[in-house]
Design a protein around this ligand. Structure first.
Ligand SMILES: [Zn+2]
Length: 322
């Protein structure tokens, strides 16, 4: 377990002490990326590299040249690492996160686009690919989100519609929510993902991808979930129809998470999320929610950078969806 003051700064004062310049940031990233020491991405050999100009590292064995940022979300960035670090600090220290405009202001960045691109790249690093599946008692339900707003879709609305194939309202995204339920009360971790449509296949694939077999999955009365036992799950079904209890009583976990999520999208991001980027916002929400009780914000900063150095680079085109 990483320790404050040793593995990450405890507060902003320490942050400033630890990262006075680019070299200190480089060194910190090296340690996060290669905790066992540098190893060459080409020949895989562990050795202390030659240090060349412009932060290049050269393998002593095969002479291959690399940098600590190559192959990570920081690849080819023209923004100083110090700015990235400050952004990561700020993003993880704000309970509800921050919009690109907010980030631009607080970091004093000249360009909104730079702030926007930093935010999106950090967001890509917010979910670990090897994360553990949900287990125990897990509530699962679907909800609907937004849809492109007039004036922000820039003609992309049609493509989005084709992607989602939602028959009733093509502008709404179908979003699946899974929440671990603690006994006697309280929530554990969540998983949230956009699925293609409301078909049985889509809904079940979310559960199979995100919930450990053997868990008890609690759903509403929808027939889509009826084959869950065939996939290795215990199924607890609550049929709403004819029941006196509204959704927030019978499915309190998903109901709560869905309303927090909607409020967050509207509040921090003014609801201006385009649907091709929705997945990454869902990841950010998940990152925050699953670490909501972490008392150390510095640890969140550490986790975010740790994931950033193992997250593949994304181009501006990828982010903008152009
Ligand atoms: Zn090598």
């Amino acid at each position: 377990m990483p320790v404050g003051g040793r593995d990450y700064p405890r507060n902003w004062d320490q942050f400033l002490d630890w990262f006075p310049d680019e070299a200190s940031c480089q060194q910190y990233l090296e340690h996060l990326r290669w905790p066992q020491g540098y190893f060459c991405p080409r020949c895989g050999e562990f050795n202390e590299p030659f240090r060349l100009s412009r932060n290049r590292l050269m393998c002593r064995g095969c002479r291959y040249q690399s940098t600590v940022t190559a192959g990570t979300v920081f690849e080819k960035t023209r923004t100083p690492l110090r700015t990235w670090f400050a952004a990561a600090w700020y993003v993880t220290n704000q309970k509800n996160g921050v919009s690109a405009l907010g980030l631009q202001r607080v970091l004093g960045l000249g360009s909104y686009q730079t702030a926007w691109a930093i935010m999106h790249r950090l967001r890509r690093a917010m979910v670990r690919p090897d994360r553990e599946l949900l287990h125990g008692i897990v509530e699962v339900d679907e909800t609907f989100l937004g849809g492109p707003r007039r004036g922000t879709g820039r003609g992309r609305a049609n493509t989005d519609r084709k992607q989602h194939q939602v028959p009733d309202d093509p502008r709404k995204a179908v979003v699946m929510i899974g929440v671990e339920m603690h006994q006697p009360k309280g929530f554990g971790r969540v998983r949230i993902r956009q699925v293609a449509d409301k078909t049985k296949k889509s809904l079940l694939s979310f559960i199979c991808d995100e919930v450990e077999p053997g868990s008890t999955v609690h759903t509403d009365g929808s027939l889509s979930y009826i084959s869950l036992p065939d996939h290795g799950y215990q199924h607890h079904r609550t049929v709403q129809c004819g029941s006196e209890d509204p959704a927030h009583v019978t499915m309190p976990g998903v109901h709560r998470v869905a309303s927090l999520l909607k409020r967050w999208l509207l509040g921090t991001h003014q609801g201006s999320v385009q649907s091709h980027q929705l997945d990454y916002y869902l990841d950010e929400f998940t990152f925050r929610f699953n670490r909501r009780s972490s008392r150390s914000r510095g640890l969140l900063f550490y986790r975010l950078l740790e994931q950033a150095v193992v997250t593949k680079p994304v181009t501006y085109r990828d982010i903008a969806g152009k």
